[in-house]
Write a protein of this length. Structure first.
Length: 157
């Protein structure tokens, strides 16, 4: 998950769990005999079920809406400093997408495995070839990284 979506996701999770557990509390309120004399269980049980159901729906929607679609490409032929790689990737993608801010992230996996994430509009086949070649050439010439890398695109709709 990217850092800019973290606050929204945490807020949504807290809201969903509060609604669910609040509904569970209202639903189970009639199970406690010491509370029965203070509260009318018949009024709180349906409200508790509604809150529980709403919380479950909210958590389910949050899960499905936060999932992202990625187009995964395996590029062959292209030592790892994450900040340097992020700068190289940003500089390589800027001329291809002028006037737009391309959100990128670089993940270093295992032994010399590199994964590049980018949120860009849906590219054509020709543009994908240009992106692949530009990234391969930039990583090779500027960093001396000649191993393969995985390029994932979060498709903006």
């Amino acid at each position: 998950m990217r850092t800019e979506h973290l606050l929204i996701s945490i807020t949504g999770l807290l809201l969903g769990f509060c609604m669910f557990f609040g509904g569970l509390f209202f639903f189970l309120m009639g199970s406690f005999p010491q509370w029965r004399r203070f509260f009318d269980f018949k009024a709180f049980a349906p409200m508790g079920l509604v809150f529980m159901f709403t919380g479950l729906i909210f958590l389910t929607l949050l899960y499905f809406l936060s999932r992202r679609r990625y187009l995964r490409l395996r590029v062959e032929g292209v030592s790892i400093d994450k900040r340097a790689i992020e700068q190289v990737v940003d500089r390589a993608l800027q001329p291809i997408f002028p006037g737009t801010v391309v959100a990128t992230d670089v993940i270093v996996r295992g032994k010399r495995k590199l994964e590049i994430l980018a949120d860009i509009p849906y590219p054509s086949e020709e543009k994908m070839t240009v992106i692949e070649n530009t990234l391969k050439e930039s990583l090779s010439t500027q960093l001396g990284y000649h191993d393969g890398f995985t390029f994932n695109i979060g498709l903006n709709q």
